[in-house]
Design a binder for this molecule. Structure first.
Ligand SMILES: *Cc1c(COP(=O)(O)O)cnc(C)c1O
Length: 408
């Protein structure tokens, strides 16, 4: 199995922009292109609208978490929506953002960094803000930057949170326990032009109170440290809708963050957030083709080693619809499971994916809400890495989450 799973460099998404300018909708594209490889459909307008909604609604600075979709077209759309700051976690992300936006604010928000990545970010790309969650990492950042407050060095302490309710719980991996965070804030204060306390509640977190609880803990740590901080960075984790999940409107999260922040009464401090999923999930979908039907299971040409990783073990449900250019589909719906194209039996997506009950070999299916944690997780496992990327102008399947949520 080790050999089968060996990763090769994944083939780049082939762009098909000429077709896209001529054909504005997914249906029109499928009718003309009849794609036998997965087709990634990007809606830059939806990403720009969601980004603008977040930037305008959040009571502080918005950083886009690049990891959830680093495609240049996505970065341009996020910028178009008014985002000017980026949360990066690797030297490659830093270099990509800097190459596209010389004026962007770039912040290195990974608590365990390669020394070379710190050096490159600081020396070559003018990155000034670094996250730490141990004394060792603080020493590493100081070593590799040689920086101090006079040179604009920003230091952010990542606070560990108790296990929470987010769909992706990240509490086990990073973060300083409160006593350690107190020590790190004190140690970093004299060295930092900007001192921040940073936390991340986990991804797709449906409970606005998670931020209130985290903020409360942050306040206790800051009071115990007895040093002023300039930034509270509340991380990402802001949720989007899926067929089985309707999150509270984003405004409810913003109100909770703002109230909890004001209760801390930290003069001179500002709020930052690092949304990923909330800005870009709605702006991406993937069109797959049915290669075989067995009862209520469809064998399709993308799967958990492709863009549908979250539909596998994490068990996310995604919106989907049949695209059959040559005829009408039946009206009655049925819940299907999918198998992806690789030979691994773990390449299974339980769904249910709700589709017309007469779905058959050769049909196409558009799967929505894949702008985040979709294309970026593709692998070349078993050779199924060929896919194309098109830009389309029709509306996303679940509409524009952010605009809808803010209006709610
Ligand atoms: C992944 C991540 C984010 C973005 O999370 P979303 O759930 O996509 O909003 C933000 N900050 C940190 C530190 C992360 O690891």
């Amino acid at each position: 199995m080790d050999l089968l799973r060996a990763r090769a460099a994944v083939a780049p998404l082939r762009r098909d922009l000429d077709t896209a300018t001529a054909l504005p909708s997914v249906d029109a594209l499928v009718a003309v292109a009849r794609p036998e490889e997965p087709m990634h459909c990007l809606r830059p307008a939806a990403i720009a609208a969601a980004s603008a909604g977040f930037v305008q609604g959040f009571p502080g600075r918005t950083l886009y978490a690049v990891k959830c979709n680093p495609d240049p077209a996505v970065l341009r759309a996020v910028w178009e929506g008014g985002v000017r700051h980026f949360d990066c976690a690797s030297a490659a992300e830093v270099a990509l953002v800097r190459s596209m936006f010389p004026e962007a604010g770039i912040h290195f928000m990974h608590p365990v960094k390669a020394r070379s990545a710190i050096r490159e970010a600081w020396q070559r790309h003018a990155v000034q803000d670094f996250v730490v969650d141990t004394a060792e990492e603080l020493a590493k950042v100081l070593d590799e930057t040689g920086g101090d407050a006079a040179q604009g060095l920003g230091l952010f302490v990542r606070l560990a949170l108790p296990k929470g309710v987010a769909r992706y719980d990240l509490s086990g991996k990073f973060g300083a326990e409160p006593a350690e965070a107190v020590a790190l804030l004190r140690a970093a204060r004299p060295l930092a032009a900007r001192l921040g306390l940073h936390f991340h509640v986990g991804s797709q977190c449906l409970d606005p109170l998670a931020w209130r609880r985290a903020m409360h803990l942050a306040g206790q740590v800051i009071r115990a440290a007895g040093v002023p901080v300039e930034v509270i960075d509340v991380g990402g984790g802001f949720p989007v809708a899926y067929p089985d999940v309707t999150p509270p409107p984003l405004g409810a999260f913003f109100a909770e963050v703002e109230a909890a922040f004001e209760a801390l009464d930290l003069p001179g401090a500002t709020l930052w957030a690092e949304p990923g999923r909330a800005l870009v999930a709605g702006g991406g979908s993937v069109v797959v083709q049915v290669q075989q039907r067995r009862g209520d299971t469809l064998y399709v040409n993308d799967g958990v080693y492709g863009a549908l990783s979250d539909a596998g073990a994490p068990g996310f449900q995604f919106p989907c619809r049949l695209v059959r250019p040559d005829g009408a589909a039946g009206a009655a719906l049925r819940g299907f499971a999918f198998f992806g194209p690789t030979c691994d039996s773990a390449d299974r997506m339980a769904g249910p994916f709700w589709l017309p009950e007469d779905v058959r070999e050769g049909d196409w299916i558009e799967i929505g809400q894949l702008g985040a944690y979709g294309a970026c997780l593709r692998t070349a496992f078993n050779g199924f890495d060929r896919a194309r990327l098109v830009e389309v102008r029709d509306r996303p399947m679940l509409g524009d989450d952010t605009a809808a949520a803010l209006a709610a």
